[in-house]
Design a binder for this molecule. Structure first.
Ligand code: 13P
Ligand code: SF4
Length: 338
């Protein structure tokens, strides 16, 4: 009877996005996940926005660049991606012969969704002389229409690798694009997309918080809106924010990015205080609802039953691979590690 239920759930997986099977509450999920990693020669990669338990059980926790670099070099047979769909998809593009698992197939990204391929393709055709640099937070279809991919860790180096006379379309994040236009002096044409988490921070509430904590530095991810970035003491990718918080000599930080990063900050600098930047309403909107769809239970089940798996059309994969390889090459030459 239980086997029949499991078989039905395995069939249903594409509809609900994850395995809905009861787990014995006595099971030590940390030990089980370690056992499955060894048994299946699997590597577990987790983004900093995952819940703390998942970050702690992962083999590597990092930002989008670090995760892509790990996916590119692993010799594991299976990659379990505790992150969102575009990240697992990138791992598949780099590893066509490996099994790539995502604990919840519905873990998407509002930023990636803000660039539907049909509309973007029309937009691109209006700028025939431009090349396309796309932020890694986009679908494989958008990657296939791009010349180079970038992340927040390497975006400046990627843009500066392009001759100044060459016009550029930057997609999909308009906030990151505007920040980079300022930083590099380029005038890239920006697609009008944004991340729902980074757009929610309230400058008014951050200002009030700064008054209450005058010794705190504001550190922000470049996906935040310009007004927040203008007030920031430091701007960087999640890895760069973490490294800054560890090395810098202040003792208190207001952190304007998804709250998951606070786990690593508190672990790496336990003597310092990290305050999540407040959203503009009373919800917990600075938690990414997509990232937080993954749970330790779903992670265990996906490793045990090897679903949901990322599958991809080979022609699409090959087209999306080229701009990712260019990004990895530029990062390697610039000595950038995420
Ligand atoms: P990084 O991890 O590259 O800083 O990006 C943050 C993010 O929003 C990932 O979805
Ligand atoms: Fe996408 Fe924003 Fe969530 Fe990152 S934090 S996965 S950009 S919605």
């Amino acid at each position: 009877m239980a086997d029949m239920h499991i078989a039905n759930e395995l069939k249903k997986i594409t509809d609900i996005g994850f395995l809905d099977i009861e787990i014995d509450p006595q099971l030590d999920l940390f030990r089980e996940i370690e056992r499955l990693k060894n048994q299946k020669k699997a590597v577990l990669l987790a983004h900093y926005y995952q819940e703390p338990d998942i970050q702690d059980v992962a083999d590597f926790t990092g930002d989008s660049l670090g995760l892509a670099q790990q996916a590119a070099k692993t010799d594991a047979d299976m990659i379990v991606f505790a992150g969102v769909h575009f990240m697992a998809e990138t791992a598949k593009i780099l590893n066509p012969n490996k099994k790539i698992l995502l604990p919840d197939l519905k873990a998407g990204c509002s930023l990636a969704d803000s660039a539907p391929v049909g509309l973007f393709s029309q937009f691109k055709s209006r700028y025939p002389d431009h090349i396309v640099i796309s932020y890694i937070n986009c679908s494989a279809e958008i990657k296939a229409l791009s010349d180079i991919i970038c992340t927040s860790s390497n975006a400046q180096a990627v843009i500066e690798s392009v001759p100044e006379y060459q016009p550029i379309i930057f997609a999909p994040d308009k906030n990151l694009g505007a920040f980079l236009n300022k930083k590099t002096g380029r005038n890239m044409v920006l697609w009008n997309g944004a991340c729902m988490v980074h757009e929610i921070f309230s400058l008014e509430k951050i200002t009030r918080l700064k008054i209450r904590h005058p010794d705190a530095k504001l550190i922000a991810h470049p996906e935040c809106e310009e007004a927040v970035l203008r007030s920031a003491d430091f701007i960087g990718s999640t890895t760069q924010l973490l490294k800054f918080a560890i090395k810098d000599d202040a003792m208190k930080y207001i952190v304007a990015t998804e709250t998951g990063i606070l786990h690593q900050m508190e672990k790496s600098a336990p003597h310092k205080t990290f305050i999540p930047a407040p959203p503009n309403n009373s919800c917990a909107c600075n938690d990414c609802p997509h990232m937080k769809l993954n749970t330790l239970e779903k992670l265990y089940l996906c490793m045990e039953y090897e679903v949901p798996e990322i599958v991809m059309d080979e022609q699409l994969r090959l087209a999306a691979l080229k701009p990712i390889e260019r990004m990895l090459e530029i990062s390697r030459k610039a000595g950038l590690v995420g």
